[in-house]
Design a protein around this ligand. Structure first.
Ligand SMILES: *Cc1c(COP(=O)(O)O)cnc(C)c1O
Length: 361
């Protein structure tokens, strides 16, 4: 990769392009049956009869990578599997942003990890706020682009507002930033957005688009930490250079494959349908609760709700044993709470705690 095929890689950190990546023992295993190259124990640990936990896992577990490629409708070489999409955000910032020089662009209020990853790397965070209706303002974003811009994060549906970003907006950014910056489209909640199309459909035409998907939300696997970055194969190869040697623990890969079995997918679909129905039920009921000023349209598995006094609502819910997310610290979200959609019973309890007992029946 010292001679980049992808023009965008000229915008990556040159020291990462130049370095010799770590080659793990597992990558060199080949067809051997006696494995004396990785200083592993030759015996399985107690209780592990067939998992092979004494061995380091495949750096990019092949079966899982292929399954994810199939799920998202892309090629396996466009897929990077990692420790949640949080890891992919961190890898992108570390691969593209030189400390003290390069910057990322975000549209607050949005997911906090983009800024955390950038600040950890010493990259400045440039902000182009969302419009009053929480729409991404492509003109405002592009007006903030400079020669130091490396990554532009678009979260759709956006956390914590729930608003979907139309694909033409993403495409407009990708066109304007071709060969200059990577448009990172975080689709952590896209499964809850009905038939809204994924930005993966842009990858054929735009090599400066990267899409983040996760099994943490719709596939009920937050505890397993499995996320996917989908991008041009050269971007995937770039990130592999700096990713930890064995980022996907074997039990987590197994859990992911189980979640993505035919049965797992069928169950996820049913549950997504339930959560979407519950989201609409709550969105209809909540405006009648005392102190609710607005329930914002959401394409995700949560609702962003503005209260006259969010602290009072938060305390009332907590007194009923219900914890929600106070997002009042975000710009434009004073007195807002982000409420995750739970089971029908949990949602009934929420409505009850807000004085809407009649809506429970
Ligand atoms: C939850 C969330 C993630 C994190 O996903 P993991 O795969 O669990 O790391 C990424 N982006 C957004 C917007 C999220 O809300």
């Amino acid at each position: 990769m010292t001679t980049p095929r992808l023009k965008l890689l000229e915008r990556a950190r040159p020291e990462i392009m130049a370095m010799q990546p770590y080659s793990s023992a597992r990558m060199e295993a080949g067809q051997a049956t006696i494995m004396l190259n990785a200083n592993e124990s030759p015996w399985a640990p107690p209780g592990d009869d067939d998992c092979g936990l004494n061995r380091y896992p495949d750096p990019q577990p092949k079966a899982l990578r292929m399954r994810l490629a199939d799920l998202y409708g892309v090629a396996a070489e466009q897929v990077l599997v990692g420790r949640g999409s949080d890891e992919a955000i961190d890898l992108l910032v570390r691969a593209f942003c030189r400390e003290g020089r390069d910057t990322i662009l975000i549209s607050p209020p949005t997911f906090g990890m983009y800024a955390v990853a950038a600040r950890t790397q010493g990259a400045a965070v440039i902000e182009a706020p969302l419009a009053a209706d929480f729409a991404v303002d492509a003109d405002a974003l592009l007006a903030k682009v400079t020669d130091s811009t490396r990554l532009v994060f678009v979260c759709t549906p956006n956390n914590p507002t729930g608003a979907l970003v139309p694909l033409p907006t993403v495409e407009r950014l990708a066109t304007a930033l071709r060969d200059r910056a990577l448009v990172v489209v975080d689709e952590a909640y896209l499964e809850f957005a009905g038939d809204a199309p994924s930005a993966t459909g842009l990858l054929d035409r735009y090599d400066n688009v990267a899409v983040l998907r996760t099994l943490s939300k719709a596939y009920a696997l937050a505890g397993a930490r499995v996320g996917t970055l989908i991008a041009h194969a050269d971007v995937v190869a770039l990130l592999r250079r700096i990713q930890a040697p064995y980022p996907v623990p074997a039990p987590c890969a197994d859990a992911a494959l189980a979640a993505l079995s035919a049965q797992g997918i069928a169950q996820a679909r049913e549950r997504i349908a339930i959560l979407r129905g519950e989201r609409e039920r709550l969105a209809r009921a909540l405006p009648s609760a005392r102190g609710v000023l607005a329930v914002y349209p959401s394409a995700a598995n949560f609702l962003c709700v503005r209260f006259a006094d969010a602290q009072a609502a938060y305390r009332a819910l907590l007194a009923a044993g219900i914890v929600v997310r106070d997002v009042g610290r975000y710009p434009q979200l004073a007195d807002c709470l982000r409420i995750t959609i739970g089971t029908p019973q949990e949602n009934a309890a929420l409505l009850g705690a807000l004085g809407l007992r009649e809506a429970v029946a």
